[in-house]
Design a protein around this ligand. Structure first.
Ligand code: MGD
Ligand code: MGD
Ligand code: MO
Length: 883
């Protein structure tokens, strides 16, 4: 990866013991849990023993896995000695082998100490100096983000928050309180959220995050986000990684698994705007493409198959599958009442619109050479064993809905669905879900597996205002501009939000249009944020509460891979004055008149044990589910919880000690997962959950669904639709190819430095993994720009600075940078110097309301102000410093 690394911009400050202490914040922490520190490295407080054997280290190893919402899911453990974490370790429960690899921790998991004990850790409840309750001028909203902080007591903080909740509900109704956040959350979700639901509801955000358009389209058209599992894929002749960069965004095992495929003879092709680190390791063949234009490429490949297929001499199309398993491919396979002209085949051939979707037609749009698209189509059409695996990134574009349908249509046509070594799917962004939902293990928790939502036996309470959620793309504009939004039920509502309560997310930073978000925050009566560290939403809040991290609580249960599950336990006592989300909710509940026994019928410990007890395993992958853990009366007494004894595969206390359970896999073990195989084999017996039971290349349900959302319209068949802020909009004149005010496309990458905005403050990770703006050398030459210089990026929505990385690995005309940096606005110029991608991304509404970060346009200029200092040298956001 050295060639994509930004050279240092100024000589690095030598790392002294003092500066290391300052960075990790360890020196500042006064609790016994932390103690003194050495300088061997931020994770290694003690040098390895002379022989290097971990076993010789004293202390207790406690499973302490990382909870960040990231694609990796490695396993972490902490060596705790005298109440201090002295070392981090990883999975050693079994020998490492390609078939049954250890779940090694990634760089971010290894940096957990730097975050948990770091300087940005929030220590005490705080109030913004010039904020007063009651709304109006007393809030001094314009000072959010720049005001001073005062330390206050928990009593005062909770009384103020409860008072504001009651006042806002009283004055504006329950929809006066907004709880942002679009990612399914852990236990925290059932605390403040649950409290508000019991209290009559609150306004929440809607709009798919990770999976983009797939979230709705997968159900409507019938193609799940499921690839075949890692061992089956070793039998593929070709795997096309169509915009997928596991070396960065699934930093656990997926790249290693793909290496096993390569070892077994699989050829890799990569289609991506970026010649990624994954492509460098795996691919024999690379095809560039512009963001948001993939549908055009798939249509062109379909054109090649349709025009060159010869069922006898050169079979390229799986006519049998199209006939049995799909609707909408041609005029003979349309649902009743459909316009016979509206079919995929005639659209591809241009029969009615006069535009044949040839490779040359596509090349002009997507920038991929026409001959490459033709070559790839011929490689895939009718292939014995070939897979096209995309990242969800492609569906996080303005034309993501069409992309989903196009991928499915091409895959069905080429015969790549439902067979060993074949699949055509999005890999859904998380290694623990690779191989689909057909896991061999199901944790008894909520969002791990849709087949089990016991939530540790805690009854789910719905939000009474569920039907009117505000779409994330309108969340800030409906406060700042229109004051109206379209609810989930399709009705238009007034935006009445006067209070924002931020919990386990950082959506001001992570949702589109951060600058609009800051404006919206500044218009509020009251903003509360509770977090571990001083994230963006805390910085712009009025009251900030310090939260105990999962290391400081009873622990949590987390799926880790198709065949592994992790249970991690408490490592240290809560730091400073931190409290868990659960305890904060209970104390607020008392103050706002919510019954704490309904809010929290069981303790956190009991809840987790309930989930562990409810976890199940299907070791033979045959739907014969068994309990994961056995429990005896003695175990219950030892754990101090209630429950029933049960039989299971592992004694519960062994699982608690080891923290990880893995089903050993081997080739030919019969546990492979092949997506959609039962459906291909017998579509009548195993229908898809679509209106027709088949894969819907013609999908009326999608038309209806999109209409119900009220933002856009969609065709029933997969077309190419230029997205808002797509390539086409970089031109003032498409015909003459004269560029416009925003001549570049820019898109986000999930980079190794952080998991979204989590870990983005850890200096060691900032230094280890840079965060530049990637630009092709042809563009740089034309603009007279060089690697290392600071450049100014301007979009319709904001401006930010970045050091430039000139590279041949980015498609010309396309720029990219990592997402997740904590926005750092210069109040005088309004320019963000941290490189927060959402300063640039627009709140552009999409078909089904998902977020379209990867279609954004911008300009880039030389910067004549002060050059950026490398961000690992920046001050922390520590508020109350302790010497
Ligand atoms: N290190 C790290 N890993 C993570 C995360 C993190 O924050 N940091 N987040 C995790 C989460 S929650 C998620 S949802 C996943 C997201 O995972 P992904 O969607 O896989 O991640 P991205 O980096 O956005 O995109 C992957 C690849 O798609 C390419 N790409 C982007 N847009 C397009 C396009 O329009 N067309 C084509 N052909 N290619 C495109 C990019 O160049 C990149 O190589 O990552 C997970 N993994
Ligand atoms: N431009 C652009 N933006 C993107 C993306 C992109 O590709 N491009 N990707 C998007 C994707 S896929 C995702 S999933 C989202 C993720 O966006 P978010 O869901 O906002 O995720 P994080 O930024 O990791 O923020 C999680 C926060 O929760 C805090 N936290 C962790 N545990 C606890 C706890 O127990 N209690 C409390 N109170 N707080 C806790 C963490 O410290 C952290 O600040 O970002 C999205 N944003
Ligand atoms: Mo995500």
């Amino acid at each position: 990866m050295e060639d994509v690394k930004t050279p240092q911009l100024s000589p690095a400050t030598p790392i002294t013991r003092r500066s290391l202490l300052k960075w990790t914040g360890l020196a500042a922490v006064g609790t016994a849990a932390l103690g003194t520190t050495g300088c061997a490295g931020f994770n290694e407080k003690e040098p390895l023993s002379e022989t290097g054997e971990e076993a010789k280290l004293e202390g207790e190893w406690i499973p302490c896995s990382c909870w960040a919402d990231c694609g990796s899911k490695g396993f972490n453990k902490a060596l705790v000695k005298d109440g201090e974490v002295v070392r981090l370790g990883t999975d050693q429960t079994h020998d490492d082998s390609p078939d049954c690899p250890q779940l090694r921790a990634c760089a971010r998991g290894r940096a957990l100490r730097g975050m948990i004990f770091g300087a940005d850790r929030i220590k005490y409840p705080m109030k913004r100096k010039h904020w007063q309750p009651g709304g109006g001028d007393a809030a001094n909203g314009h000072l959010r983000g720049v005001d001073e902080w005062e330390r206050i007591s928990w009593e005062e903080a909770l009384d103020l928050i409860a008072g504001e909740i009651l006042r806002v509900i009283d004055t504006y109704g329950n929809e006066g309180i907004l709880l942002p956040g679009g990612v399914p959350q852990r236990l925290g979700d059932y605390d403040i959220g649950r409290m508000m639901y019991i209290k009559g509801g609150c306004l929440e955000q809607t709009g798919a995050v990770s999976s983009g358009a797939w979230t709705e389209m997968a159900k409507l058209i019938g193609l799940p986000e499921e690839t075949n599992d890692r061992i089956d894929l070793r039998s593929s002749e070709v795997i096309v990684l169509w915009g997928s960069n596991p070396a960065w965004s699934r930093a656990g095992l997926p790249t290693y698994d793909y290496l096993q495929c390569k070892e077994a003879g699989t050829k890799f092709v990569c289609v991506d705007p970026f010649y990624t680190p994954t492509a460098k390791v795996l691919t024999d063949d690379y095809i560039p493409i512009r963001p948001g234009t993939d549908s055009a490429a798939f249509l062109a490949m379909a054109y090649v198959l349709l025009t060159q297929d010869d069922p006898e001499a050169n079979p390229l199309i799986d006519w049998d599958f199209l006939d049995r398993c799909c609707i909408g491919f041609d005029a003979e396979h349309l649902p009743e009442g459909a316009d016979p002209k509206m079919n995929y085949k005639d659209y591809v051939l241009g029969t009615y619109d006069g535009v044949p979707k040839t490779p040359e037609w596509a090349a002009e749009i997507c920038g991929s050479p026409a001959e490459d698209l033709e070559r790839l189509a011929l490689m895939l059409g009718g292939a014995e064993r070939a897979a096209v695996i995309t990242a969800p990134a492609l569906a996080r574009t303005g034309s993501g809905a069409q992309l989903c349908q196009n991928l499915m249509a091409f895959g069905a046509m080429a015969g790549l669905i439902g067979k060993p070594g074949c699949c055509c799917a999005s890999d859904c962004g998380h290694s623990w879900m690779q191989g689909g939902y057909e896991t061999l293990l199901k944790g008894g928790m909520n969002h791990a597996n849709p087949r089990n939502s016991t939530l540790g036996n805690m009854e789910r309470i719905p939000n009474p205002l569920e039907y009117r959620k505000v779409n994330v793309n309108e969340m800030w504009t409906s406060i700042v501009d229109e004051r109206k939004y379209i609810g989930l039920d399709g009705n238009v509502y007034d935006n009445n939000v006067h209070m924002i309560y931020d919990r386990q997310e950082n959506f001001l930073n992570q949702g589109p249009a951060t600058m609009k978000g800051i404006e919206a925050y500044r218009m509020m009566d009251t903003v509360v944020a509770q977090n571990l560290v001083m994230t963006t939403n805390c910085k712009y809040a009025d009251i900030v509460l310090p939260v105990a991290s999962p290391w400081e609580r009873y622990g949590d249960l987390s799926p880790s891979y198709r065949e592994s599950i992790v249970w991690f336990s408490q490592v240290v006592e809560p730091l400073f004055e931190c409290k868990s989300d659960a305890d904060i909710a209970l104390e607020l509940a008392d103050r706002i008149g919510v019954d704490r026994s309904v809010l929290r019928p069981v303790s956190e410990k009991q809840l987790i044990i309930n989930m562990v007890a409810a976890s199940q395993v299907s070791p033979n992958c045959d739907d014969n589910w068994q309990n994961l853990v056995s429990i005896t009366e003695e175990d219950l007494a030892e754990l101090g919880v209630e429950g029933e004894p049960q039989d299971g595969l592992v004694p519960i206390l062994d699982f608690k000690r080891d923290g990880i359970f893995t089903i050993e896999r081997s080739e030919g073990d019969g546990l492979d997962f092949i997506a959609l195989k039962p459906f291909r084999d017998d579509p009548e017996a195993n229908p898809r959950p679509t209106a027709s039971g088949k894969l819907e290349i013609y999908c009326q349900a999608a038309v209806d669904k999109v209409q119900a959302f009220g933002f856009k319209e969609i065709s029933p068949i997969p077309e190419y639709v230029p997205p808002v802020e797509g390539y086409e909009e970089t031109f003032a004149n498409w015909e003459t190819k004269e560029k416009g005010e925003f001549p570049f496309q820019i898109y986000s990458l999930h980079i190794l430095r952080h998991s979204h905005s989590t870990f983005a403050n850890v200096p060691n990770l900032r230094e280890a993994f840079d965060h530049p703006l990637y630009m092709n050398s042809l563009d740089a030459e034309r603009l007279g720009m060089e690697t290392g210089e600071t450049v100014l990026i301007t979009s319709k929505w904001g401006k930010c600075l970045r050091p430039l990385q000139v590279t041949e690995m980015m498609t010309p005309g396309v720029l990219a940078m990592g997402q997740g940096a904590w926005v750092e606005i210069d109040e005088e110029t309004g320019i963000d110097k941290a490189g927060c991608m959402n300063v640039l991304c627009g709140p552009n509404v999409t078909t089904t309301g998902y977020q379209a970060w990867n279609t954004c346009i911008c300009n880039v200029e030389k910067w004549d102000g002060e050059p950026l200092v490398p961000d690992y040298l920046w001050d922390s956001r520590e508020v109350f410093k302790e010497d």
